[in-house]
Ligand binder design. Sequence first.
Ligand SMILES: Cc1cc2nc3c(=O)[nH]c(=O)nc-3n(C[C@H](O)[C@H](O)[C@H](O)COP(=O)(O)OP(=O)(O)OC[C@H]3O[C@@H](n4cnc5c(N)ncnc54)[C@H](O)[C@@H]3O)c2cc1C
Length: 505
Amino acid sequence: MSEESIIVVGGGIAGLTGAALLAKEGFSVTLLEAHTQLGGCAGTFQRGSYTFDVGATQVAGLEKGGIHHRLFNYLGIPIPDAKILDPGCSVVLGDGSGPINLWHDPLKWKQERQEQFPGSEIFWSLCSKIHESNWAFVDRDPILPVRNFWDISQLIKAIRPSNFLTGVFSKLTISDLLKITGCHKDRRLQKFLDLQLKLYSQESACRTAALYGATVLQMAQSPRGLWHLHGSMQILSDSLRNSFLRDGGRLLIGHRVTKIVKEKNVNTFSIDVIDRKNNFITLNASDIVFSLPPQTLLDLIPIDGGLSLTYRERINNLPKPSGALVFYGALCRSDLPVNCPSHIQIFDDNFGSLFISISIENDKRAPVGMATLIASMFVDVDQWSTLDSQSYKSKKNIIAKKILNIINNQFDLSETSWAHKELSTPRSFERWTGRPGGIVGGLGQHPSQFGPFGLSSRTPLKGLWLCGDSIYPGEGTAGVSQSAMMVVRQLMECKGRYLNIPVFN
Ligand SMILES: Cc1cc2nc3c(=O)[nH]c(=O)nc-3n(C[C@H](O)[C@H](O)[C@H](O)COP(=O)(O)OP(=O)(O)OC[C@H]3O[C@@H](n4cnc5c(N)ncnc54)[C@H](O)[C@@H]3O)c2cc1C
């Protein structure tokens, strides 16, 4: 490999997006993926005639001007076939009241929330103002957090007067916005916000940054929206892989990175890799785009490998992300309620939030007349990491039964309704994605961690770049694609080139 080669570590959506963009720009790029399949947390697996999405089930950013749409257009690959979700989600608070439907039409959603949370319009109006200002800012491709003059210049270019106004909320939480607008006594609204925010920011309303929360709370509405991909989530990775290979990228799947060293006195990295047949290979590169959780750097880079102790400590002290428990089931569609929404969030006393995704007839995830049902929840990874194999098995059985109980109760199903059922735990996610302990979803979006206060894509090792769900703007396939685009722009600027990807609004 030439010393000017770039290595991308990890073939999830972040790594694939970065690799596809760099290959399109004519760089010599090698993508290293440990698993034999691409996609990571947005991958899929097969069980007989059923296709299950491993983690991500909904996609944001497929609308015109959205980040996936924008990048796919730029890469010259077809926009995946997808259906807008309307409602984006149906939220069941478990207090005997009817579901809260997140309609795609903003007016219909306004009517819904006015009925569900009377007197709260002032809170929603404030969120809308923040949301509009934020999206316009994001579309102008700011760099966050800033680390040098070029980053600052990109940030300044993205800022408009409205961002200064919303900037005053940067240290506040969603609960603070509730207080400011006098809506903090509405317990139902609080519960709804806690549920939704846990899903998108891993934090409750009192810990989610106001600027982040106000944006994600309105992701389901036009002109944005949440989408259901036809086929499976794998279509996103397949499309990006095709673009990468078309542009001459070198894809090494089943290749796990085990060590990264910046060679002294030369400006190159050497990267140790082990393949599925246990062959050891060493590759060289001028730059590394690293899409794994930053916590993995501590093991991959030797203690004397150039990351300062302060930086190592910063990574070590990052708040621990959650893990996930995911139930994958299949059943007869006729056993589900008529007009059952495809995405439902249920409050449960035990687990907090249970997020359910049901396949849509003819979406290729299940044979005609059948449906897949995936239910996920966040969990503390420490509860699973130290168990011996017997305790692990028994805990897994107990939890699987509890989850099944909730789903059976919700949809009036019985044990015999299920044609397939299995549960994945943080250990399964660790095996599948190589994420330490099975942590998923990046860093919680607390005011101390989000946007300008988060972890930078630049590292103390020149040429080592971070992207993925721990980097701005955060988790989700749309978020990690944005982070990959940001890193590619920064990397190219270092090589004297400017990348401009048009937004088609
Ligand atoms: C249960 C669950 C539900 C979710 N639901 C949604 C949703 O509905 N919508 C949404 O947008 N997002 C959702 N997300 C979040 C979304 O899936 C992630 O934020 C996103 O897919 C992360 O992409 P990534 O590329 O940053 O990381 P990953 O997907 O983790 O990719 C990292 C890749 O690196 C590879 N790798 C790991 N170690 C090594 C190594 N040493 N060498 C080489 N390769 C390595 C892994 O195999 C993996 O392919 C969900 C996540 C989970 C867990």
